[in-house]
Design a protein around this ligand. Sequence first.
Ligand code: FAD
Length: 358
Amino acid sequence: MKKISDNYDVIVIGAGPAGSTAARRLAQTGLQVLIAEQRQSVGDHVQCAEFVPQMITKYAGLRSIDVAQQLNGIKTYINGEAASVVRAPGYVLHRSRWDKELADAAVAAGANLMTGVRAVHVNGSVVTLLCGGEYQEVTGKFILGCDGPCSLISKQLGNKQAETCIALQQELTLVKPLNYAEVYFDPAWYGGYAWVFSKGTTANVGLAVHTSHTGRLKELLTDFCRTLVTRQIVQAITGSATTGGLIPSGGLVPCLANRHLLVAGDAAGCTHPITGGGIMNAVVSGQLAATAVIEATAQGIEQLAKSYTAAIQAEYGRQFAIACDRLANRNQEWTGNNAEFTALIRRSWIAFPEYYTQ
Ligand SMILES: Cc1cc2nc3c(=O)[nH]c(=O)nc-3n(C[C@H](O)[C@H](O)[C@H](O)COP(=O)(O)OP(=O)(O)OC[C@H]3O[C@@H](n4cnc5c(N)ncnc54)[C@H](O)[C@@H]3O)c2cc1C
């Protein structure tokens, strides 16, 4: 077992938007930061539909080459019928490129990035990394888990595997570009929804269901794609699903931090339980985690858990409590009756006034 350094102030596990954002801010204040990323290259095989609200530019830089297409808002379809159009501008990103850009910015600020290394164990301040078949130990005063929905650090904090949906997605060629993100609900897709997010000539076409219904996901996505061909939204089904993954849907994890460990982004359950949107929240929670660590470095570790938890709760607590309540009701009352299903989705999807007025 090799020791590569004893002296990191912060070890960040995961170079997604949460990890790279946090690492950049931490390194900018002069802290010694290591980012450990299991992928060989940051941004490889991103598992994402890439849609973000325009408001993300308040928190993170977006260059024009990071944006595949600008969208005017969200159109919602229930049982195949158009049910709502909401103006809420956003972008479909080239996430792979953007994730690389965020990591490069962290490195430019002074962070040390190791790719192709997987954090496999944490014991106090020591993290064991698996790197090319060899184990290496690194130590950090703080360990920040930005390691996604199956987070090692979240488990270390005592959190159970969170509630998740599972998604599959493929990129298909559009008949013509769409100006709105399209979201579809159908009684066959328990606990989730389907989407078409246009990125110029192609679109990310995906479907997510509650993990208890994983078995039929591939077949459901194929059926959905066929309806899009029939409706002349996409040209043809070419190839099969190319990406997918778990999307946290249980809200914030119960324990966000102790005196040395913190979690941010999907690892912290910062993904919106109803929409599955987690990119902007990863950036914001990464910033909040960095702020909490910087304060703890200056003022002592006693208040770290309290101050970080308060900051995350202030940002997401109420919003996510409402979303968890709507999702639980929806899943409990799930029905194959079309009229009842429409009413149920109207009460439990963010595009409808009924969602907010219960
Ligand atoms: C199919 C799909 C579609 C989605 N679509 C959207 C969307 O349109 N809009 C939206 O806002 N959100 C979407 N999301 C959610 C969004 O992708 C996540 O919320 C976001 O990526 C969270 O960022 P993060 O930095 O917390 O985690 P991630 O982006 O998951 O990054 C975690 C990183 O940690 C690394 N890692 C994990 N474990 C270890 C380990 N032990 N050691 C070292 N490295 C490790 C991973 O390789 C990864 O690079 C989607 C998710 C899925 C699965």
